[in-house]
Design a binder for this molecule. Structure first.
Ligand code: LIP
Length: 266
């Protein structure tokens, strides 16, 4: 599918609108009692708010683009092979959300059937951050254009990462962390991949890596980071993929960070 710039700009506006709507409803629901249950493990939380926000965002998008497909973390997937597909994480960072800990976000992206990201938005209301990008048109945070600063040397890089819910996977991830923590400035674990990727875009961290993310964790933040000037790829090359090994950093820092991660077993 050929997506002209004006279509990507229009989709970006709709993505931001939908993410704002979802984040605002999530914040409202957080003020009241939550029905919290678990998914893949006892620490993989999901709440009534995740489900309600996803329904709200999907309804908003469908009303405006009824022919598009949807892939949602909480099960709203319809027409996943459509020419245009929306990828939604209603509340990325659900553990942060349940604990009322800043750093959860509503993430809304849109891509072609073949995986080309066209637009994306991430709204992190507790930090007051609204990120948006349209393909080829840059990325913005709260309306201001983002441009990656020159990176520090690797040993002065602030690097974000995250951990899965499975204890065996966490053991693997801690081993990688142990292999890099003495070689960089410091580590940050924010708890939401979309916020981590947007933090790279905003220069709030110099790099990010994580293993085993879902498409809805990755989609919007990946485009926002790329459009800010970052390199966001699988450690072995190519676009980030579900259950892969994503690395994001300034293009000049990316190879060094990737090499360090490989040496640590990532
Ligand atoms: C989260 C990811 C994060 C990861 C967390 C969790 P969720 O997604 O965005 O990067 O480290 O463990 O998987 O489950 O909150 O939507």
């Amino acid at each position: 599918m050929n997506a002209p710039p004006d279509l990507c700009a229009e989709l970006a506006e709709l993505a931001l609108d939908a993410a704002r709507l979802g984040a605002a409803r999530a914040a409202e629901l957080r003020a009241g009692p939550l029905d919290v249950t678990t998914k893949s493990t006892a620490t993989d939380l999901v709440t009534n708010a995740d489900r309600e926000v996803e329904r709200l965002v999907v309804g908003h998008l469908r009303a405006r683009r009824p022919g598009d497909g949807v892939i949602g973390e909480e099960g709203s997937t319809t027409s996943p092979d459509a020419e245009v597909v929306w990828v939604i994480d209603p509340i990325d960072g659900t553990t942060n959300y349940v604990y009322d800990f800043p750093g959860w976000a509503t993430s809304v992206a849109v891509r072609t059937a073949t995986g080309t990201l066209l637009a994306g938005a991430v709204v992190d209301p507790l930090h007051g951050d609204e990120y948006v990008a349209a393909r080829g048109q840059g990325a913005r945070r709260n309306g201001r254009r983002l441009a990656l600063p020159q990176p520090p040397p690797l040993e002065r890089a602030l690097v974000a990462t995250g951990f899965g819910y499975d204890s065996d996977r966490r053991a693997q991830q801690v081993a990688v962390l142990g292999g890099i923590i003495r070689e960089v400035r410091d580590i940050r674990r924010m708890g939401a991949a979309s916020v981590d990727l947007c933090s790279v875009a905003a220069g709030r961290v110099d790099g990010y890596y994580e293993l085993g993310l879902a498409e809805w964790d990755l989609a919007a933040g990946t485009l926002i980071a790329i459009e800010s000037g970052a390199r966001v790829e699988e450690i072995d090359g190519g676009p980030p993929r579900p259950s892969g090994r994503v690395v994001a950093a300034h293009p000049e820092l990316w190879p060094q960070l990737a090499e360090l991660l490989r040496s640590a077993g990532f």
